[in-house]
Design a protein around this ligand. Structure first.
Ligand code: PGA
Length: 256
């Protein structure tokens, strides 16, 4: 049984004080019991204030949107895994398509970041996904396979047990045009096949695969209904308390 995981990727939104006010409001609107894991990933500058605004027993866990692979040193402008752990982060999003396309991240560097995260006890959420041109030319499966193998190369089954994969087709991110449940399920099955073939059927069966790309309170139910979809990585719809709380409540009610 894979515990459903709902992650809010705030991207470059909200100041530290806005972020604290946001999670206080969100906390009031969440379902009392929780059979799902709920993560918010604010900008680095808001991690401290969000942590302070959450009670130690809060169901909301803290995630970061990126890290750099070295622990410390002369890397101006970068943030390391130990720094994130020290701020209470449990999760880190890695390889998001905006990092890949806007900041030139490639599988080799993402692999180093994954290893740094694992070394310091952060749970990576590895993002992969095809562009519209790659989909239309029939290359979705090979792109997903290449991104998985390139980013996860050399990791053993123990390491794989702490990694979640987020399938985020580029054409669905921020466009309001989410993948249909069928499209998402097909991609998730491809990902699970690669995990089974590269590691083992047990790894494939245990790994949580999230869907991301224009997830909303309106479409979350139809996506999570499939047993192939273990949660969601939410961008735009996580920036309003009501819509993120609704997504969490629906996920909770389905129990995935
Ligand atoms: P979106 O973003 O929900 O705004 O499409 C998702 C993401 O980029 O993770």
């Amino acid at each position: 049984m894979r515990t459903p995981l709902i992650v809010g990727n705030w991207k470059m939104n909200k100041t530290a004080s806005e972020a604290a006010a946001f999670v206080r409001e969100l906390t009031k609107k969440l379902p009392a019991s929780s059979s799902i894991e709920l993560v918010v990933a604010p900008p680095f500058t808001a991690l401290e204030s969000v942590r302070a605004a959450l009670s130690p027993s809060s169901p909301i866990q803290l995630g970061a949107q990126n890290l750099f692979w070295a622990d410390h040193g002369a890397y101006t402008g970068e943030i390391s895994a130990p720094m994130l752990r020290d701020l209470g982060c449990r999760y880190v999003i890695l390889g998001h398509s905006e990092r890949r396309t806007l900041f030139g991240e490639q599988n080799e560097g993402i692999q180093k970041k994954l290893r740094a995260a694992l070394t310091h006890g952060l749970r990576p959420i590895l993002c992969i996904g095809e562009s519209l041109a790659q989909r239309e030319s029939g290359n979705t499966d090979s792109v997903l396979t290449q991104q998985l193998r390139g980013s996860l190369a050399g990791l053993d089954s123990l390491a794989m047990a702490t990694i979640a994969i987020a399938y985020e087709p580029l054409w669905a991110i921020g466009t309001g045009k989410a993948a249909t449940p069928d499209q998402a399920v097909t991609a998730h099955c491809t990902i699970r096949d690669v995990l089974a073939g590269t590691w083992s059927p047990a790894v494939a069966n245990a790994t949580r695969i999230l869907y991301g790309g224009s997830v909303t309170p309106q479409n979350i139910h139809s996506l999570l209904k499939s047993e192939q979809i273990d949660g969601a990585l939410v961008g735009g719809a996580c920036l309003q308390v009501d819509s993120f709380a609704t997504i969490a409540t629906i996920a909770e009610s389905i129990g995935v």
